[in-house]
Ligand binder design. Structure first.
Ligand code: ZN
Length: 52
């Protein structure tokens, strides 16, 4: 997971709450999605000054 990636943050949260709820298959699912999240393999985390 990469800091600053909204999707990863969302998945991590979902994974945690799934685990807390005892939904291990969903937690595993989220873990897999996190590991595969493609957005940050070859570009830097910050696009620059796109922030309002
Ligand atoms: Zn991500």
């Amino acid at each position: 997971m990469r800091a600053g990636c909204v999707e990863c943050a969302r998945l991590a949260r979902e994974k945690e709450s799934a685990r807390n709820a005892g939904d291990l298959s969903k937690a595993t699912d989220c873990a897999v999605l996190l590991r595969r999240h493609p957005d940050h393999s070859n570009k830097s985390a910050h696009a620059g000054r796109g922030r309002a």
